[in-house]
Design a protein around this ligand. Structure first.
Ligand code: PMP
Ligand code: GLU
Length: 405
């Protein structure tokens, strides 16, 4: 029978970040010399103690259906960790709901809060999956361009320009994928106050909160007043800070009635997160030894960030980039490299892959194809080699168009 996609899939596009990662892996497996700075996942192995806890859970028979909202041990450990990241502010474990990766947490939150006729504001550039998830909920994503003079972040004034009577929510990501920008506490406060005034639900994606280069974890809605948390869903997870992308453990912190609705939804989709993986994550969120591993990983990311920023500043002086304060991405602008040639992020990435064997993600995947995302979750030596290749490629582009050099 001929396949006609249902109306649910009207806007569906497969994830470009996932596609680029698959393509880089395919080329590597075929023996090509490819440096993959496309994928957004830590290059570290899961901490040993966490892996052992996962194995022990399987051996102890934690292999049956799990509690739908997550095992209490993990919900408590996550709540305690989130509390410790915000000077001990109370975080109720009953409001923590565990899912199969924070991607599912985001889907649950959007599907629960938004539907046909609703508009959801998304500061842009934005992680690929936000607009897709909003479309899957039959709501309308409304992209709000970030200010280039302000690390591509949005202000209340920017958001206000796009607010209509149909605006029901917004999704904020800080530290931001793809830019690495981090909202200050004052900026977060202003945005949450504005959202509160207009009855707008905030989904605050804080999956990269721990990977932040200021003092301690990045500012969070958990650092704000209690009433903010009554109209916010906070997204957290094990993937990034604990190098656990493949375990698929994420969480949403939400008001009780939202947790109840998301839990009902999840009973019909995945039943609950992977049971032994939840035990592994409970160790990740509660062990001092694992915390020491996290500190080491974050300092490695910081070192690479500093290296990259120093190299771009010294060797590619004409190339604009967003000052990265968190996550592990450098977002740089390519349309000025060879002006008047119509160079896009997509073309830049295609040629860079073919001519230099470096995989990056075109900014078009995030809503602005004048830019390119580089993920520095690779070893120091790979990062150095990638910088050599990118610099050589940029020099070549300039030589091809001397007038623009
Ligand atoms: N939010 C952002 C901003 C991300 O970059 C990712 C990365 N995949 C996710 C959520 C989802 O992560 P996961 O499903 O692995 O928890
Ligand atoms: N979040 C990562 C990225 O942006 C992983 C891939 C994905 O899930 O999009 O590359």
């Amino acid at each position: 029978m001929r396949f006609t996609p249902s109306a649910n899939l009207t806007h569906l596009k497969a994830s470009e970040t996932v596609a680029i990662s698959n393509e880089a892996k395919r080329r590597k497996a075929a023996g090509e010399d490819v440096l993959d700075l496309g994928v957004g996942e830590p290059d570290f192995d899961t901490p040993k103690l966490v892996a052992e806890a996962g194995v022990a859970a399987i051996q102890a028979g934690k292999t049956r259906y799990p509690p739908n909202v997550g095992i209490p041990e993990l919900r408590r450990a996550m709540a305690a960790t989130l509390s410790s990241w915000s000077k001990g502010r109370p975080v109720d474990p009953e409001r923590v709901m565990v899912s199969s990766g924070s991607k599912q947490s985001l889907f649950n939150a959007c599907f629960t809060l938004f539907g046909p006729g609703d508009e959801v504001l998304i500061p842009s550039p934005a992680w690929v999956s936000y607009p897709q998830i909003v479309h899957l909920c039959r709501a309308t994503p409304v992209m709000v361009p970030g200010d280039p003079e302000w690390g591509l972040k949005v202000s209340v004034a920017d958001l206000e320009k796009f607010r209509t009577p149909a605006t029901r929510g917004m999704i904020l990501c800080s530290p931001c994928n793809p830019t690495g920008a981090v909202y200050t506490l004052a900026e977060l406060r202003a945005i949450t106050e504005w959202a509160g005034q207009h009855g707008i639900w905030l989904i605050s994606d804080e999956i990269y909160r721990r990977i932040s280069y200021g003092a301690g974890p990045a500012p969070s809605v958990f650092d704000l007043d209690d009433d903010v948390l009554d109209r916010t869903v906070v997204i957290a997870g094990a993937s990034k800070a604990y190098a656990m992308t493949g375990w698929r453990i994420g969480a949403a912190y939400a008001p009780p009635e939202v947790v109840k609705a998301m839990a009902a939804l999840q009973t019909h989709t995945t039943t609950g997160a992977n049971h032994p993986a939840m035990w592994a994550a409970a160790t990740a969120f509660s062990s001092a030894e694992v915390e020491a591993d996290v500190v080491a990983m974050v300092s490695a990311f910081r070192r690479r960030r500093d290296y990259l920023v120093a190299r771009f500043t010294a060797q590619l002086p004409g190339v604009e980039f967003v000052e990265p304060h968190g996550a592990f991405y450098l977002f740089f602008r390519v349309d000025g490299i060879a002006p008047d040639t119509g160079l896009t992020g997509t073309r830049f990435c295609e040629r860079l892959m073919l001519e230099e064997g470096v995989a990056l993600v075109p900014g078009g995947a995030f809503g602005d194809d004048r830019w390119v995302r580089l993920s520095y979750s690779v070893s120091d030596s790979e990062l150095e080699a990638a910088c050599d290749r990118i610099e050589r490629f940029v020099a070549k582009l300039m030589a091809e168009h001397p007038a623009s050099a």
